[in-house]
Design a protein around this ligand. Structure first.
Ligand code: HEM
Length: 472
């Protein structure tokens, strides 16, 4: 019996009767990243599998690469706590489940194809130059927090590319939207860490709920004029959604045009669904890309020799040219390695989760249907298969593919399996474009080792100060 009985992963220390580990989450609600990082390190050092209990609900935390691959491709649905984002994201791709996710994912995928991305390059380039001009105004004023500049760059880029807004409308999604996203994320994390508030009827009694509703409502409302604007722009220029000449013909259209096309011509999307998808794209790209850019600049500022190597690569490619082409992008091999290594070591999204729908039998353990599984990207990125220097920041490791781990699941900066990030290539392109211009213009200095980190869906440095000096 003992031989064939399904084995469950060991229970993480500290479990109490009835409430399980809830008391620990609550106790660490103000320093949650300090606590989570210790937990995920402990899990890595003790076999890569543990189970937690939040009341009666079982949550597994896993960083074993083989198992993570199986789970991510077998279980496509997100667990109940992803629904805490519903007010913000509606039924967008991040929170959709089941057949609906499959259908919408297939419909929306063409909006992020290489054909469409190629049409964005000039605009990304222009926005990056604009970012650099703005940074120039604060460059001489000592250490500066550039979070808002980066946030504005990302939002304007999304407005001008995926939403196809004209220059005069590029600030329709503004700083207020960005601040609302940050506040809603803080509320979501506070709710996750207070298991009593997992019950919707109790959460609805709180002031946090009212605030979340208000902020989400304001953000959703912002999308309506944008959708109407684009519709009327398309009509005013006597183009139909079908043959808008500066986008790519056929099914490869920027996100908003594709959504309008699917709604107007194929009758497959409702207004609510269009709004939810747009909101998801804007929120997902704003939060992650601006956090990633900020961390990359902090890292470049802390490793001057790596910054100089990036600078030299850029100068060799561009000589005296100002504008980027798609061929330049493929030549930025070292910059690509630096970005990948920053996303490996300083996880922007350190944890993702799936709902376990049916029992999953893994080589060592069986995961029970009805539970959730948290996949530790933080742990995967430090897995022993990265070698003895797994915990060191070494962009060079990406230059020789032969030295990289053979199991691709150990790198999951953009998620894993079928529900991987739809905006990965878009994010890489906009990060490269902005970094090329920033590194060309400024010497960056910072000290990432002294910073504290804040976890609210994404992981960001608190009060990140950077010194920018104009290069001669
Ligand atoms: C550096 C930038 C980015 C990082 C690190 C990042 C990371 C991730 C990760 C880890 C996931 C998986 C989440 C999960 O499994 O629960 C994800 C999913 C997603 N990301 Fe990104 N992302 C980035 C940029 C973007 C951009 C620019 C967009 C714009 C559209 C975007 C849209 C999405 C969407 C819609 C999903 C859900 C995909 C699905 O479930 O089908 N992301 N992203």
């Amino acid at each position: 019996y003992c031989w064939w009985k399904p084995r469950s992963p060991p229970t993480y220390p500290g479990q109490l009767p009835i409430i399980g580990h809830s008391h620990i989450l609550f106790k660490h609600r103000n320093d949650i990243w300090v606590y989570f990082s210790k937990v995920v390190e402990y899990i890595s050092e003790n076999g890569g599998f543990f189970q937690f209990r939040v009341g009666p609900h079982i949550m597994y935390v896993v960083d074993d690469p083989e198992s993570v691959g199986i789970i991510a491709n077998t279980c496509l649905d997100k667990p109940y706590f992803y629904n805490f984002m519903d007010d913000l994201l509606g039924n967008g791709l991040i929170t959709l489940n089941g057949e609906m996710w499959k259908i919408h994912h297939k419909l929306l995928n063409p909006a992020f194809s290489q054909h469409v991305l190629n049409t964005y390059l000039n605009e990304m380039d222009a926005q990056a130059q604009n970012l650099v001009s703005q940074l120039t105004t604060v460059a001489k004023k000592g250490p500066v927090n550039i979070t808002e500049f980066l946030g504005q760059f990302v939002l304007r880029t999304v407005c001008r590319t995926s939403l196809r807004l004209e220059v005069k409308d590029q600030d329709m999604i503004d700083n207020e939207y960005a601040k609302a996203i940050e506040e809603i994320e803080a509320i979501i994390i506070r709710r996750v860490l207070n298991p009593i508030l997992h019950f919707p009827f109790l959460f609805k009694l709180t002031a946090m709920y009212k605030r979340q509703i208000k902020l989400s409502h304001n953000n959703k409302k912002l999308m309506d004029p944008i959708i109407h604007k684009r519709k009327s722009d398309l009509i005013a220029t006597k183009r139909t959604v079908n043959d808008n000449d500066d986008s790519v013909p056929g099914k490869f259209k920027p996100a908003l045009d594709l959504l309008l096309h699917l709604s107007d011509e194929q009758y497959v999307l409702s207004d609510d669904e269009i709004r939810a998808h747009l909101n998801t794209f804007v929120a997902a790209s704003f939060d992650t890309t601006s956090a990633a850019l900020q961390t990359i600049l902090l890292v470049l500022g802390s490793y001057p020799e790596i910054q100089e190597r990036v600078y030299n690569e850029i100068q060799d490619i561009f000589k005296n040219r100002d504008r980027l082409t798609k061929h330049d992008i493929t030549k930025l091999v070292y910059l690509d390695a630096v970005i990948k290594e920053v996303l490996r070591m300083y996880n922007i999204v350190p944890l993702i989760a799936r709902q376990i729908d049916t029992d999953i039998v893994l080589p060592k353990y069986t995961l029970r249907a009805g539970s959730s599984c948290i996949m530790s990207i933080y742990g995967l990125h430090r897995h022993s298969s990265w070698g003895p220097d797994a915990k060191q920041f070494k962009p060079e490791r990406w230059l020789n593919p032969a030295t990289l781990p053979t199991n691709p699941n150990v790198y999951a900066a953009f998620g894993i399996g079928k529900r991987m990030c739809i905006g990965k290539q878009y994010a890489m392109l906009s990060m490269k474009t902005s970094l090329v211009h920033t590194v060309r213009k400024f010497h960056i200095s910072a000290d990432i080792s002294t910073l504290k980190w804040e976890y609210a869906v994404t992981l960001k440095a608190k009060a990140p100060l950077i010194n920018l000096t104009l290069r001669s």
